[in-house]
Design a protein around this ligand. Structure first.
Ligand code: NAD
Length: 402
C-alpha cells in the first residue's frame, strides 16, 4: 500500500485525501494551519461540502486516513495549496509563495523515487520551478524523484462525485512520473479517464478551461447590459440562442467570483500581456459588473431618502460558503462607498462579512427599500413570494417564471 501525504486540506486537498483513503491508500493530511488539523482530528470539517463530513468519518474509521501537524516521509506528496494573485503597482501576478513553501517542506523529507503531484492551479512553468526548488533544497538531482502536474477540475458542491467521474489531465515532467501518477488516479476514477501529457500542457489546459468560461460569461454579462438598454430579458435571449445546436452561452450574473475563473485568466495574461488581449478584455468586463449593478440600484432608488439596499447572496456561487473573489461583496462595498446602508443575507456564513451586515432573509427583506438578487441560493428560490414584496434588480434570473 502506497503512503500518500496531502499538503493543504482545503476545498481540494480534503476531499482528495478522503477519496484516496477510500480506495485503499494510506493517506496523511497535513496543513500549515493547525486549526484545520485540530478540527479534522475531532471528526468535523471546516468547509461546507455535501456528504464530506460523513465521508470523512468513514475514511477515518476505515483506518486509512489521519491528519498530522508535521510533514513526514511518504511515497507520494500531493500539493493542493492556494494560488491567489496580487496586484503590485498595477501589475497582476500569481502569488506562488504557498507552492514554493510547500516545495521547500517536501524537500526536507523527500527520498529517491518519491512522486510529487502538484494539483494547485498554476501559471505556465511553475511545475518546472517546483521541481527545481525540491532538487535544490533536498540535494537530490531532478532525475532521482518524480514530479507531475495534475490540475483539479471539480466544482464545489459536487466534489466527491466529480473526483471519481471527471477526466483527469496528468502532466508528467517525465514519462515515468506521468505513468506513476496515472496509476494512482486510475484507482480513484470510476467514470473518468486519464489523459497523459507533459506538465506545461497540463498547466495551460487548466488555465485554458477556466479562461474559456470567463470569456463566455463576459459575453453573457455584456449581453445583460445590452438587454437592459433594449428592455428585453437576457435569460430568455440566451436560452433561445442556446437552442442553436452549436451555441452554448453561459449565464450572466453580478460578475465572476471564486478561486478559479476570476483568477486563472490572469495567470496567462501576466506572462503574455501583448497576446492575451481578448482574455484581458473579458476580465475587465466581468470585474466591472458590480459597478454596473450599483449604477442600476442608484437609478432605481433615486429620490428616496436614505434607502436601505438588501443584497441576497454573498458567496461566489449558489449553495456554497466560499467567499473568495466574490463579486457580491464587491457590489456591497461599492454601494457602501456610494453612501447606501447595505444589509445582506448569506445563509451559508455566520456573522457579518467583510464589513457587510449579514442577516436572515426575512430581516433583510423587511428592512430593505430595494433588493439586489445576486445568487440563486436554494433558500431564495424557495422564498420568491417573500422577495417579491419589495422592488428588486435580479442579476441571476431567480424571479423568472418557470
Ligand atoms: N476550490 C476549488 O473549487 C478549486 C477547484 C479547482 C482547483 N483549485 C485549485 O486548488 C488549489 C487549492 O485550492 P483550495 O480551494 O483547496 O484552497 P484552500 O484555501 O481551501 O486550501 C488550501 C489549504 O492549504 C493550506 N496550506 C497553505 N500552505 C501550505 C503548506 N505549505 N503546506 C500545507 N498546507 C498549506 C492552507 O492552510 C489551506 O488550508 C488552488 O490552486 C486552487 O486554484 C481549487
Amino acid at each position: 500500500m502506497q503512503k500518500i501525504t496531502i499538503l493543504g486540506l482545503g476545498y481540494i486537498g480534503l476531499p482528495t485525501a478522503i477519496t484516496l483513503a477510500d480506495v485503499g491508500f494510506a493517506v496523511t493530511g497535513f496543513d500549515t494551519n493547525k486549526e484545520v488539523v485540530n478540527i479534522l482530528n475531532t471528526g468535523k470539517i471546516h468547509i461546507v461540502e455535501p456528504g464530506l463530513a460523513d465521508a470523512l468519518r468513514r475514511a477515518v474509521s476505515g483506518g486509512n486516513l489521519n491528519f498530522s501537524y508535521s510533514l513526514n516521509e511518504s511515497d507520494v506528496f500531493y500539493i493542493a495549496v492556494p494560488t491567489p494573485f496580487f496586484t503590485d503597482k498595477g501589475r497582476i501576478s500569481a502569488d506562488l509563495s504557498y507552492v514554493k513553501s510547500a516545495g521547500e517542506m517536501v524537500a526536507k523529507v523527500i527520498r529517491e523515487g518519491n512522486l510529487v503531484i502538484l494539483e494547485s492551479t498554476v501559471p505556465p512553468r511553475t511545475t518546472e520551478q517546483l521541481a527545481e526548488i525540491i532538487a535544490k533544497e533536498s540535494g537530490l538531482s531532478e532525475d532521482k524523484f518524480l514530479v507531475a502536474h495534475c490540475p483539479e477540475r471539480v466544482i464545489p458542491g459536487q466534489m466527491l462525485r466529480e473526483l471519481k467521474n471527471n477526466d483527469r489531465i496528468v502532466g508528467g515532467r517525465s514519462p515515468e512520473a506521468g505513468e506513476m501518477a496515472k496509476a494512482i488516479y486510475e484507482k480513484v476514477l470510476e467514470k473518468g479517464k486519464v489523459h497523459l501529457t507533459n506538465d506545461l500542457t497540463a498547466e495551460m489546459c487548466k488555465l485554458t478551461e477556466n479562461t474559456f468560461r470567463d470569456i463566455n460569461i463576459a459575453y453573457a454579462n455584456e449581453l445583460s447590459i445590452i438587454c437592459d438598454e433594449l428592455g428585453i430579458d437576457v435569460f430568455e435571449l440566451i436560452s433561445l440562442a442556446n437552442c442553436h445546436p452549436r451555441v452554448n452561452i453561459l449565464n450572466p450574473g453580478v460578475g465572476v467570483g471564486g478561486h478559479c475563473i476570476a483568477v486563472d485568466p490572469w495567470f496567462i495574461y501576466e506572462q503574455f500581456p501583448e497576446e492575451a488581449k481578448l482574455i484581458y478584455a473579458a476580465r475587465l468586463r466581468n470585474d466591472s459588473k458590480p459597478r454596473y449593478v450599483a449604477d442600476r440600484v442608484e437609478d432605481a432608488v433615486s429620490g428616496k431618502k436614505k434607502p436601505v439596499i438588501g443584497v441576497l447572496g454573498l458567496s461566489y456561487k449558489p449553495d456554497v460558503d466560499d467567499l473568495r473573489e466574490s463579486p457580491s461583496i464587491e457590489l456591497c462595498h461599492e454601494l457602501q462607498k456610494r453612501g447606501f446602508e447595505v444589509l445582506a443575507c448569506e445563509p451559508f456564513v455566520q456573522g457579518d462579512i467583510s464589513s457587510v451586515k449579514n442577516r436572515t432573509l426575512s430581516e433583510v427583506v423587511s428592512s430593505s427599500d430595494f433588493i439586489v438578487i445576486t445568487l440563486a441560493h436554494t433558500l431564495f428560490k424557495e422564498n420568491k413570494a417573500l422577495i417579491a414584496t419589495k422592488p428588486y434588480y435580479d442579476c441571476v434570473g431567480l424571479m423568472r417564471k418557470g
